[in-house]
Design a protein around this ligand. Structure first.
Ligand code: PMP
Length: 407
């Protein structure tokens, strides 16, 4: 039985009242971005109505309000991730910027020709391209952990790839294309035994499963606010405090300095050293409100409900003739990637849109893993806790009708 009241929750999300092509909107594109509850929308408006100022540098009341709101949001993120200190929470634009920050600061500073980086076959392009750019520049070698036919990491192969030259392992906690949950804690442990640092891409994980960076023991953790019911343009890089402080910043400018002469600059300690210029203050505050919202429902209740809904959807979709699910790992969250016999993925996406159902069809910025399964594109419904069994039924009925149209 569902452990949360989905009707009550849906009332918090005004966009779910929208109609598309004359039908009630069914938002099943949560892996691309999530919708925002009224509480987040109101919090961002409140900031602009009552608190708006630049932070940290003025002596006036609104600067104090804005600074309190921004730093308060940092504390909410710290607590949500169970990081040891707020100094470990860097606000960035999103997961993409978080990963680029590590590649272009730590990677530039500490990696040398001949060093090896291990990625998994599941990665989003955001966790491939920055490393490739660095590898081309520095002469690094990128190795890839293969997956089995269900889309699970092959742990024996991973162990074989690790060695004295491995300096970094970077992988997704949840695959955006298949929904696979990777055994992140064990993977971090093995990487550390080999002396490597570890970045975990949590973009598809934070809104679905409890995250504890101290338990995970990763060196960095990246996520985007917009995938956890917060605005776009705000995200987080968590990094262990000592590691952040021994890393030279990648961008220079205001706010990140202690002292500047024309000859020399002294940097702030983390997180300030990685937050050059005026950041996205209002949306950081919005992220804090989104975390409050998630905490109010409870991430464990969310996990249980989504697990139930994913099982329900998987069962029904398996019975749709001509539907091939891609990504069948036992440990999955949220994502149901598939191809549909006799239809292109674009055709399926367009037909569902006609019925008010929003899904993504395409390569999901993860071309290598789709090619591993012999396809260039899939249809990808992806769930959040405001989706209901009714949403799933509507999706499946639309697919069954589409199938009948070809018989
Ligand atoms: N990693 C994963 C696993 C993702 O799913 C995404 C977003 N699709 C990203 C990274 C990049 O996130 P953003 O575009 O918000 O920076």
């Amino acid at each position: 039985q569902p452990p949360l009241d989905v009707n009550l929750i849906r009332a918090d999300f005004p966009i779910l009242q929208e109609h598309v092509n004359g039908r009630r909107l069914i938002w099943l594109d949560n892996a691309a971005t999530t919708q925002k509850p009224q509480q987040v929308i109101d919090r961002v408006s409140y900031f602009y109505e009552h608190e708006n100022s630049n932070i940290h540098r003025a002596a006036h009341e609104l600067a104090a309000r804005a600074t309190d709101a921004y730093e308060g949001a940092r504390e909410k993120v710290r607590s949500f991730l169970n990081a040891a200190s707020v100094n470990e929470i860097v606000f960035v634009r999103g997961a993409t910027e978080a990963i680029n920050l590590v590649a272009k600061s730590w990677g530039e500073q500490f990696l040398q020709s001949g060093d090896e980086i291990i990625l998994s076959h599941l990665e989003h392009h955001a966790n491939i391209v920055p490393w490739q750019q660095l590898a081309n520049k520095k002469g690094l070698l990128i190795k890839v952990i293969p997956v089995d036919d269900d889309g699970q990491i092959l742990m024996d192969e991973y162990t074989k790839l690790l060695g004295p030259k491995t300096k970094l392992v970077s992988f997704a906690q949840v695959s955006n294309a298949l929904g696979t949950v990777t055994p992140a804690q064990r993977m971090v442990e093995l990487a550390h035994q080999a002396g490597a640092k570890v970045l975990v891409d949590g973009a598809q994980a934070v809104s679905h499963i409890r995250t504890d960076v101290q338990l995970l023991n990763c060196d960095w953790y990246a996520f985007s606010g917009h995938k956890i019911f917060a605005p776009t343009g705000i995200g987080v890089l968590y990094g262990k405090e000592a590691l952040l402080n021994e890393t030279q910043p990648w961008q220079g400018g205001g706010s990140m300095i202690k002292d500047v002469t024309f000859e020399h600059t002294q940097y702030q300690a983390a997180p300030g050293r990685f937050e050059a210029g005026t950041g996205n203050i209002a949306d950081a505050v919005g992220l804090g409100a989104a975390i409050d919202y998630v905490n109010h429902i409870g991430i464990d209740a969310i996990y249980q409900y989504e697990h139930y809904l994913l099982g329900y959807a998987t069962q029904l979709m398996k019975d749709v003739p001509g539907l091939r699910l891609i990504g069948t790992a036992p440990d999955k969250t949220s994502v149901l990637s598939f191809v549909f016999k006799d239809f292109t993925t674009e055709q399926v996406g367009a037909a569902l849109n006609q019925e008010g159902i929003a899904v993504r069809s395409g390569h999901h910025c993860a071309q290598p893993i789709l090619r591993r399964f012999g396809v260039e594109s899939t249809v990808r419904p992806s769930l959040a806790f405001y989706n209901s069994c009714d949403d799933v039924d509507t999706l499946v009925n639309a697919l069954l009708r589409l199938r009948r149209s070809r018989i």
